[in-house]
Design a protein around this ligand. Structure first.
Ligand SMILES: [Mg+2]
Length: 372
């Protein structure tokens, strides 16, 4: 960070090759910097509302974001400047009573630096390697480049309505034959946990699809229709009122209770959504007052499971996905890396909305190829 005298600003901008400046301020300073495109914030706003308004208004093609206002406005603008890779200038007189303008160079983390120590890419599926079941044109090239660089990849899905075979078949049909142990599901994460926590006599009432119930049975867990010790909620596309009310009854009566994946919606064709496990949990919460712990992304159990199954260390793992609050959040507060792709659900706006920052954001897997 360095300071610059106001009268030198024009020269400084010329030196930056900055052809366009966007100025954000509150009302008090609305006449400053008449040469710039501008947004004047006319009333105090909640942080999220402010982020949204700024993001809507700021033209990302501008080179410099210049801000004058209170601390909160400055901080929020700095965040947005970083995301939009704009140079960031604060007219600091109002912030730190300093004379002049504070200039800060904002740099995205260098992608090759981030990927240097990565040995395993944990790839989300829908929105990352394909969309609506159609493989992206670059997916195979990416997978090959990962292999050629001596690295490894696996697939991971939060969807607890289907089983492993469904996914292996799907990958095979798309021309990506995949070994069993490289296709990981949230269902496996919860099963692993239950097996380590409970005895083999423990009984489970599973609100889930036949696929989920089969996965439980195949793992040797006792699935029952009545008087269980534990209730499990999955992404049940075969949900009935009977299952729901029975489950609520057992949960209300004090059974242990877990959810498989926290997603509220599952993306479908043409931008449509259907309610997923997290939404069903909200319904049950209204009835019983209890909300379960979840095991898919972004839970810490997912990362632990991946480490255990693949043998890689936390700092060697990169999660790649299109959804901020699962694919990216799973790496938050850990040594694992998060890479967001913009080929699926989340847009750049979501980064501001959720205030979770991926380590790297790229257009698609294709962008990563040259850094491998
Ligand atoms: Mg996805």
């Amino acid at each position: 960070m360095f300071r610059l005298k106001k009268e030198n600003l024009n020269d400084f901008l010329a030196g930056l090759n900055a052809s366009r400046v966007f100025f954000v301020s509150d009302k008090e300073f609305s006449d400053d910097y008449p040469f710039a495109d501008r947004l004047i914030i006319d009333s105090p706003k909640e942080e999220k509302e402010l982020i949204y308004e700024l993001f809507e208004a700021i033209d990302p093609d501008c080179d410099v974001l210049l801000v004058k206002g209170d601390h909160k406005l400055v901080e929020t603008c700095e965040y947005i400047a970083r995301k939009l890779r704009m140079k960031f200038i604060v007219d600091g007189q109002t912030v730190c009573k300093a004379d002049g303008i504070i200039v800060k160079e904002i740099k995205e983390k260098d992608i090759s630096e981030v990927l240097k120590d990565i040995k395993l890419f944990v790839l989300d599926m829908d929105g990352t390697i394909y969309l609506d079941g159609e493989l992206f044109s670059f997916t195979k090239d990416f997978l090959q480049a990962v292999k050629q660089s001596g690295r490894d990849y696996c697939f991971y899905t939060n969807n607890s309505s289907k089983n492993k075979l469904d996914y292996l078949d799907r990958l095979n049909n798309l021309g990506i034959p995949t070994a069993d142990e490289r296709m990981l599901l949230s269902t496996e994460v919860i099963i692993e946990y239950l097996k380590s926590k409970y005895s083999k006599d423990t009984t489970y009432y599973v609100i889930g699809t036949p696929s989920l119930i089969n996965a439980f049975k195949e793992a040797g867990l006792k699935v029952v229709d009545d008087n269980p010790d534990v209730v499990i909620l999955g992404f049940d596309t075969t949900l009935t009122y009977e299952k729901l009310s029975k489950g609520c009854h057992y949960i209300r009566n004090g059974c242990d209770y877990y959810g498989v994946n926290a997603d509220y919606n599952c993306p479908m064709k043409d931008g449509a959504f259907i309610p997923d496990c997290g939404s069903m949990a909200k319904l049950i919460e209204r009835s019983t007052g209890r909300f379960p712990e979840f095991f898919g992304k972004p839970s810490r159990y997912t990362l632990e499971y991946i480490k255990k199954i693949t043998g890689y260390k936390e700092e060697e793992i990169a999660f790649v996905g299109d959804r901020i609050y699962t694919d990216i959040k799973v790496a938050e507060g850990t040594k694992a890396t998060s890479i967001m792709v913009l080929t699926g659900e989340s847009t750049k706006e979501d980064i501001y909305r959720f205030i979770i920052e991926p380590d790297v954001t790229v257009e698609s897997l294709e962008t990563l190829i040259k850094y491998l």
